[in-house]
Design a protein around this ligand. Structure first.
Ligand code: SF4
Ligand code: SF4
Ligand code: SF4
Length: 275
């Protein structure tokens, strides 16, 4: 019974994903959803299991399993544009499938439960950026986060223009924009990481998806909290945080609160087990 309790989190995660998988499979009458969400659920649960087992690279395992699946299988093989342009495209077409389901689960409503877990464990852009040398930012945060609203507006304007111009063969354009968009993201992300000595600079200043992620994760059920009785104020948690979050403050308004990607570096490094 004790060991079952220990593995409660991966079990719950598996049940949640399996419920989504079965519900979408039956309601949409499409076996793909059963396969897709079962796979992601298994990958996430495996990661939590490995984390409980104190395997150092647990998060990276999930990132690679989910990120590569989405980028290579869904994006390149199945031709699904899972970037924000794909979301607008399906939304304008009024269909609830592919990118719209992905965004609803991972980036719009899901963050109410698991915050920016997507950014820590599944995003294929960060999957590559996290290999770069600046795991902890070496420079203070810049005040240029407003750029994300411009990239968000540009993505919306791009897809709107295609619809207004009644462009033919939109599926094909969406596929190529997925390839071009990813190349652009990787080039910009890698260049910014080296310029600002911060692997996650792209996430902090450019990524348009944060326009959804940040407000929704403000209400997140899953959060890292600090036990003030144990904390000795050593500041280690702050020093290892890739997103500059002040995790010792339990308020939802704590500094960079909606930036937490639940990577658990602070928890792992706290000498007093206060987090
Ligand atoms: S902020 Fe954007 S690029 Fe960074 S991990 Fe999240 S979704 Fe990916
Ligand atoms: S690392 Fe732990 S003890 Fe140190 S400030 Fe952070 S929460 Fe407190
Ligand atoms: S180190 Fe802690 S506060 Fe910072 S992003 Fe990771 S989990 Fe969140």
């Amino acid at each position: 019974m004790g060991s079952l309790r220990k593995y409660l989190h991966p079990i719950i995660m598996l049940i949640v994903f399996e419920s989504v998988a079965v519900t979408l499979w039956l309601t949409k009458n499409n076996l793909f959803y059963l396969f897709n969400f079962s796979y992601i659920g298994l990958a996430v649960s495996l990661g939590i299991f490995l984390y409980i087992k104190q395997y150092r690279h647990a998060r990276r395992v999930v990132q690679l399993l989910v990120g590569l699946y989405m980028l290579i299988y869904l994006g390149l093989i199945c031709n699904e544009n899972m970037q924000i342009e794909g979301f607008w495209y399906y939304l304008f077409n009024g269909v609830f499938e592919a990118a719209t389901i992905h965004y609803a689960v991972a980036k719009i409503f899901g963050p109410l439960i698991f915050g920016r877990g997507w950014c820590g464990y599944a995003c294929w852009t960060a999957m590559v950026l996290d290999f770069l040398p600046y795991k902890v930012p070496e420079q203070p945060r810049k005040r240029i986060g407003w750029i994300r609203y411009i990239t968000f507006a540009l993505s919306l304007a791009f897809v709107s223009a295609l619809f207004l111009a009644r462009v033919r063969d939109m599926e094909r354009i969406m596929f190529w924009s997925f390839i071009a968009g990813n190349i652009l993201y990787y080039i910009t992300g890698i260049a910014l990481a080296f310029a600002f000595k911060d692997n996650r600079a792209f996430c902090k200043y450019i990524c348009p998806i944060t326009v959804f992620l940040k407000p929704m994760s403000y209400f997140s059920l899953l959060r890292v909290k600090c036990d003030k009785d144990k904390c000795i104020g050593c500041g280690k948690c702050r020093r290892v945080c890739p997103m500059n979050v002040d995790v010792t403050d339990n308020s939802r308004k704590r500094e960079n609160a909606t930036e937490c990607i639940l990577c658990m570096e602070c928890v792992r490094n706290c000498p007093k087990k206060a987090l």
